[in-house]
Every structure is written in structure tokens, then in C-alpha cells.
Design a protein around this ligand. Structure first.
Ligand SMILES: NC(=O)c1ccc[n+]([C@@H]2O[C@H](COP(=O)([O-])OP(=O)(O)OC[C@H]3O[C@@H](n4cnc5c(N)ncnc54)[C@H](O)[C@@H]3O)[C@@H](O)[C@H]2O)c1
Length: 259
């Protein structure tokens, strides 16, 4: 964050109850930030917040949001801003993954994915903009995927490639307020996102395939992603904007089938 900010920064993380969201919240909390844990699943977000509270004692705020619903996003920002009085870091991490090839294409699912995975992050940033303007500092970190270059299920990849485009546009538009915008592109890791709808054998086959095409020879871990997110949220990345950091052991170099 801006080194001139002496108050404790506030980070709002969407999808905070998921595997990556939880690791990111834990890391940003260790780095001294207040946390707003936003998720569709409030009970699960509250459980993560309770653990942070026990470790930190500073209070972590769990709030429900549906990132596909603009009014819900506005209510989230109102509650978060009302509680802490500022919002510094936004991590757009929540996403849905209706897998499917072009042959299985369902326009209703396409619209839902675009709403949650792409429109939601833009609306969230729009809602937080008044805070960034007042603070003259901020960070946007958008969770994409290595598949934005490698390809994969069309709707998912289109969302993630779109989110890279949004990141680059935000980097331009928000720079006058000293707000950076970057994306993190993880490789495959086990979570509901990749495991739901697959039996163990199918998941194992996919994981083995992912390791095979990864020059550094293993799957991504949540800590890998949290470490890079923490860098982008910190003062150390003050002059880094409009970037996509791949956290996938070099597997963005190789094509690899559907997640
Ligand atoms: N798991 C992977 O292999 C992988 C790889 C690359 C990128 N990613 C990206 O990382 C991010 C997190 O993935 P994960 O693996 O932690 O998944 P996850 O399923 O563990 O977590 C996703 C979270 O998003 C929440 N969510 C779903 N719909 C929502 C909505 N409408 N509003 C608010 N919250 C909602 C879920 O409740 C869940 O807590 C996603 O953006 C995903 O595209 C994941």
C-alpha cells in the first residue's frame, strides 16, 4: 500500500470462504490488514473470519454478497465502508465455473458466469471508487487463471480473458488516484471449483496432466497465490500496474485441457 498510509489498510476479499480466498485472507491479516470477508456463503465466510479473529484479535468482518447482483455489491460496500471508514485493497476472487464445451453451450449459464466473474468485479470497483478518490491510494487484484492464455471451457476462459482486459483498463483509469490494478493467474489446485462434478479418479487424471505440463513440476498451492496477492497488495508493488502475474510454475507456456 501507499507508504504514507499510516492507518491499518482494509482489504475486501470476495470468495473469501473458498480455498484461495481463505489463504489470501490469512496472509493479508498476517501482513497487518483489516479484512472484509465477502462470500455468497456467509456461514463459511464467518467461520474463516472467526479463525482470523482468534489469531489476530483485531476483528474481521464477514459479509454476504452475491457478485452477480449489483444491489448486493452496493450493500456490501456500504456495510464494509460503514464499518471501517475506508477500503484500500479489493481482491476480486469469487467466481463460478459452469464447465462446458461450445457443444454444451447454455446461454443462461454463460450470462450467469459473465455476471459473477466479470461484471461483478467491475461493479465492485465502481462502488469502491469514492473511497480510493478520497484516500488517493488503493489496490485492485483480480483473480484470473492461466487458461486465459491456454484456452479451455469457452465461457470460463472468456470471463478470465475479459477480466484481464478489465484489469488493464482499470490500471489506466485509476492511476490518477494512485490505485494500481493487477491480475494473478493461478494454475490448477484442488478446490470445489475443480473437484465438484468430478470423481476422484477424474480429478487425479486432470491433476497429473497439470503437473506434466508444468515446467516446475507440481500443482499450484493456495500459499503460492496468497504470496503473490500479498505482494500486489503491499507497498513493494507501488509501481506495478496493468500486469498479469502467472502463479502456475510456467504452465502458461503449455496448452492443457479443460478445468
Ligand atoms: N482452483 C483452481 O484450480 C483455480 C485455478 C485458477 C484460477 N482459479 C480462480 O481462483 C478463484 C477462487 O477459486 P477457488 O479454487 O478458491 O474456488 P472455491 O470454490 O474454493 O471458492 C470460490 C468461492 O466463491 C464463492 N462464490 C461463488 N459464487 C459467488 C457469488 N455469486 N458471489 C460471491 N461469492 C461467490 C463461493 O461460495 C466460494 O467460497 C476463482 O476466481 C477461480 O476462477 C482457481
Amino acid at each position: 500500500m501507499n507508504p504514507t498510509v499510516t492507518v491499518r489498510p482494509v482489504a475486501l476479499v470476495t470468495g473469501a470462504a473458498g480455498v484461495l480466498g481463505r489463504a489470501i485472507c490469512e496472509r493479508l491479516c498476517r501482513d497487518g490488514m483489516h479484512l472484509v470477508l465477502a462470500d455468497l456463503n456467509l456461514a463459511a465466510a464467518q467461520a474463516v473470519a472467526d479463525n482470523l479473529d482468534r489469531a489476530d484479535g483485531q476483528g474481521a468482518l464477514a459479509l454476504q454478497v452475491d457478485m452477480g447482483d449489483n444491489a448486493s455489491i452496493a450493500a456490501l460496500v456500504e456495510q464494509a465502508g460503514g464499518h471501517y471508514g475506508r477500503i484500500d485493497v479489493v481482491v476480486n476472487n469469487a467466481a463460478v465455473n459452469h464447465r462446458g464445451s461450445l457443444a454444451d453451450f447454455d446461454p443462461a449459464l454463460w450470462d450467469h458466469m459473465m455476471a459473477v466473474n466479470l461484471r461483478g468485479p467491475a461493479v465492485l470497483c465502481q462502488q469502491v471508487l469514492p473511497y480510493w478518490k478520497a484516500q488517493m491510494s488503493g489496490r485492485v487484484i483480480n483473480m484470473v487463471s492461466r487458461c486465459w492464455v491456454a484456452g479451455g471451457p469457452p465461457a470460463y476462459v472468456a470471463c478470465k480473458a475479459g477480466l484481464v482486459g478489465l484489469t488493464r483498463s482499470l490500471a489506466r483509469e485509476l492511476a490518477p488516484y494512485n490505485v494500481t490494478a493487477n491480475a494473478v493467474a493461478p494454475g490448477m489446485l484442488p478446490s470445489a471449483f475443480t473437484q465438484d462434478g468430478r470423481d476422484e479418479a477424474a480429478f487425479e487424471r486432470m491433476a497429473e496432466g497439470a503437473v506434466r505440463v508444468t515446467p516446475l513440476g507440481r500443482l499450484t498451492t493456495p500459499q503460492d497465490v496468497a504470496n503473490t496477492t500479498a505482494f500486489l497488495a503491499s507497498g513493494d508493488s507501488a509501481f506495478v500496474t496493468a500486469e498479469v502475474i502467472h502463479v502456475c510454475g510456467g504452465s502458461q507456456l503449455a496448452p492443457f485441457g479443460n478445468l
